[in-house]
Design a protein around this ligand. Structure first.
Ligand SMILES: [Zn+2]
Length: 452
């Protein structure tokens, strides 16, 4: 199979006239935290697709004149956005969404881990995998970095479901050998063997790729962290995903478990896991030195504002991360988070930054960037997805306000790209998402969705 997940954008061949989608469209081809005018929008937009790639993006009339043979598809009444990128989410936790009222370690023990243990049953795992992947697609998420299960067959079930659905998924067997429930533990030897088998089977297969996934420092021995280091050294193109500095109690316990470590990040650093292909979830309570080291290593942080609020973990210091030069993206953190919607997650980031000490005032460009290109950059696939620049894969979301809805009403009064996106981020959800494509192919379409 062709490897598509990390393939750099290549030249577009003109063997077919292509398909020209017509709708207002928005994307952030630049980072709005670093550059002005990062948001690009076209009120009467056109997106020319050829062989799954973006051949042109601009005003519809201009594109129509330049490409008269392309098949036009009128999608006015809705909006086109790049496919969303979720950089932190747990597949086995679909069915514990909504378990409110607990903090991290208590929630893990009573809600998440008992459910994760149920994925030892492969029929259960296959069912959860199918529903999980459908939920991603139906919420407009085209690319995701996913915590797999503690069981190899269940993790394989997720990869298979993602492959069938056509999404871009990075995932991996979750590695732990202490502190959790015994049935969730592997020996380091078994972790190495089973991870290798999964890498062999799924890494860079179609749109799939593998991420080495130690659950978090507390549940991994030094021998297990060494296994992670070995795997990363033995295979090209893997990612590393884990948790970092999520809650104060967790940080105190990590300090007790690793008395030689100067801070939480130092545990991962000892085993070479703080690196440019690493994505650390949360980092709500970093020391200044940890931020500097994350930035130096070019590691990325997955900010999960809904989860941070739901578990009472704390307010994410976004400004401190950006000031230090740490790359930040967004994650829903299902199931401690509140659902699959990246629009909602971006809104939650906006809301919490409004009340955080030293919080930042995020605008529509920041929210769109965080939900799309920032994630692609964190995962190292920004040459392939994240915005509508020419040559990229056509990964898109088409959303349309429901007639008579508050979103439809609010959009009547909005004329600027910022205003329209503000209304969409505030009011749109899965119900408004009509069609989702990856590499130009439809991966989700509502019953009532128009042919495209
Ligand atoms: Zn998590």
């Amino acid at each position: 199979m062709v490897n598509e997940i990390g393939r750099p954008a290549g030249p577009v061949t003109a063997s077919s006239a292509g398909e020209l989608l017509r709708a207002p469209l928005f994307h952030t081809p630049r980072n709005p935290f670093q550059e002005d005018h990062a948001l690009e929008g076209f009120a009467d937009g056109g997106l020319l697709i050829r062989e799954g790639r973006i051949a042109a993006c601009g005003e519809y009339g201009t594109l129509r004149d330049a490409h008269p043979d392309a098949r036009s598809v009128d999608l006015r009444g809705g909006f086109l956005l790049p496919g969303f990128v979720d950089t932190h989410i747990h597949f086995p936790q679909l069915r514990v969404l909504g378990s409110l009222g607990r903090s991290l370690l208590d929630w893990l023990e009573h809600c998440a881990l008992p459910e994760e243990a149920r994925l030892a049953d492969q029929a259960c795992a296959c069912g959860v995998a199918r529903r999980f992947v459908h939920a991603l697609a139906s919420h407009g998420t085209t690319t995701a970095l996913v915590f797999g299960a503690h069981f190899s067959p269940a993790t394989a079930a997720l990869f298979e479901a993602a492959q069938t659905a056509g999404l871009r998924i990075w995932s991996g067997l979750v590695l732990s050998d202490r502190m959790l429930r015994p049935e969730l533990h592997q020996t380091p030897e078994r972790a190495y063997r089973e991870s290798n088998a999964l890498i062999e089977r799924f890494h860079r297969t179609g749109r799939l790729a593998y991420a080495v996934t130690p659950r978090f420092a507390l549940s991994t021995s030094e021998a297990m962290l060494e296994v992670c280091q070995t795997l990363l050294g033995e295979h090209e193109g893997l990612l590393l995903q884990t948790h970092l500095n999520e809650s104060t109690r967790e940080i105190a316990e990590v300090a007790r478990a690793f008395p030689w470590a100067s801070d939480y990040l130092a545990v991962y650093e000892r085993f070479g896991l703080c690196r440019s292909n690493a994505i650390f979830a949360h980092d709500v309570h970093p020391a200044e030195s940890e931020l500097q080291r994350l930035a130096t290593a070019r590691a990325a942080v997955a900010h999960c504002p809904s989860s941070n609020a739901a578990l009472g973990s704390g307010l994410f210091p976004l400004r401190r991360h950006l000031r230090a030069g740490v790359r930040c993206a967004l994650g829903t953190d299902v199931g401690a988070g509140t659902g699959f919607g990246m629009l909602k997650e971006a809104l939650q980031a906006y809301l919490l930054q409004r009340i955080a000490p030293d919080g930042m005032l995020l605008d529509a460009a920041h929210l769109l960037y965080l939900a799309t290109l920032a994630g692609a950059e964190a995962l190292g696939v920004s040459d392939e997805t994240g915005d509508f620049r020419i040559g990229k894969s056509t990964d898109l979301v088409y959303l349309r306000p429901l007639p008579g809805s508050p979103l439809a009403a609010a959009l009547e009064r909005q004329e600027t790209p910022e205003g329209i996106l503000g209304a969409i981020f505030t009011l749109a959800g899965a119900a408004e998402i009509c069609e989702v494509r990856v590499a130009g192919s439809v991966v989700y379409r509502t019953e009532s969705g128009e042919e495209a």
